[in-house]
Ligand binder design. Structure first.
Ligand SMILES: [Zn+2]
Length: 241
């Protein structure tokens, strides 16, 4: 019995959305996109000792697409942008707990500093190609997150198609694996965006709509809950409910 599970609520899949995990945020870091290593470790430890089952993204999308009632409380760990610190800070923690994960690197920025968005994101370094290839051979699924982290709802249709399709192709060439999952940058999408992602050959897409996923989700609008700097262990537990 999961003591954290509200008995009146059905079981569900909590897909959690992280960006950067690190020891100290830079002065300009967007704290909504930062989780302290210490907090992250206690969150993982909590999951490990609870009856939540940490599963891979593939397993989760399989459960969702089966349309059967979800039979337990599941958690999926996802990391957007492909921050370099994932390699030396986040992954070793995940590995120590045996937890699978999914990362969504920005394909045009591998091995470079982020220059999208405002100055607050620019101290961020993105995983190198070699690091990404190494991670893809471990328990880390790779998904696409466009070439340049563009808000797909604000660019032309041609640009949106190129951003989505090229990121899939580049990551597939690099990793030798089929890239099946997409995460909308800034969580921005419309019906047209969904069509573009489907047409590109993705089998699912993740949003930033903050709630748990159930058995009847649209495969291209899978919700995720944001974990931030402000989430201490109690807040984290609350978010899972
Ligand atoms: Zn992003």
């Amino acid at each position: 019995v999961n003591e954290n599970h509200n008995p009146s609520a059905p079981h569900s899949i909590n897909l959690l959305l992280y960006h950067q995990v690190g020891d100290t945020p830079h002065a300009n870091t967007n704290l909504d996109c930062f989780c302290r290593t210490e907090d992250f470790c206690s969150q993982m430890e909590f999951l490990s000792n609870s009856s939540y089952k940490v599963i891979s993204l593939s397993k989760a999308t399989e459960l969702i697409s089966s349309q059967k009632p979800i039979d337990a409380d599941y958690v999926v760990l996802t990391f957007d942008d492909g921050c370099e610190r994932f390699y030396d800070i986040t992954f070793p923690v995940l590995e120590s707990f045996g937890f699978p994960s999914a990362i969504y690197p920005v394909a045009n920025y591998l091995g470079k500093r982020a220059t999208w968005g405002n100055v607050r994101t620019r101290e961020l370094r993105i995983l190198s190609k070699n690091q990404l290839v190494e991670l893809a051979g471990l328990q880390v699924e790779i998904g696409a997150h466009t070439m340049d982290h563009v808000k797909l709802t604000t660019v032309s249709e041609d640009d949106a198609i190129a951003q989505v399709l090229e990121s899939k192709n580049i990551l597939e060439q690099l990793t030798g694996r089929e890239i099946r999952s997409f995460a909308y940058p800034h969580g921005a999408y419309t019906e047209e965006t969904i069509d573009i992602v489907k047409e590109a050959g993705f089998s699912n897409a993740l949003t930033c709509v903050s709630r748990a996923a159930g058995a009847a989700e649209s495969m291209y609008e899978i919700p995720r809950k944001y974990i931030t700097y402000y989430d201490d262990l109690n807040a984290f537990k609350q978010k899972l409910l």
